[in-house]
Design a protein around this ligand. Structure first.
Ligand SMILES: [Zn+2]
Length: 76
């Protein structure tokens, strides 16, 4: 087997190295099909910041705990 070790899940906020615990799933309807999901990972501290950024643009679709099953995984 050649399975790679799991990627470390680190917060997507600029300069933050904290472990991510939230998976913010978003979609830009101008460039993505409706079932497409992009992912931002957030620690507890940055979840509100990243959520408000996406919400203000109407991009945020779901927020799930990191590791929740997602067959359309498409990490940025
Ligand atoms: Zn963070």
């Amino acid at each position: 087997m050649t399975a790679a070790p799991p990627e470390p899940t680190v917060c997507s906020a600029r300069g933050c190295q904290a472990p991510a615990v939230w998976d913010l799933r978003w979609n830009n309807p101008k460039i993505h099909t409706p079932d497409r999901r992009k992912h931002w990972l957030a620690c507890d501290e940055h979840r509100p910041t990243l959520t408000s950024f996406l919400s203000a643009r109407g991009f945020l679709r779901e927020t799930e705990p990191v590791g929740a099953d997602d067959p359309l995984d498409d990490a940025t």
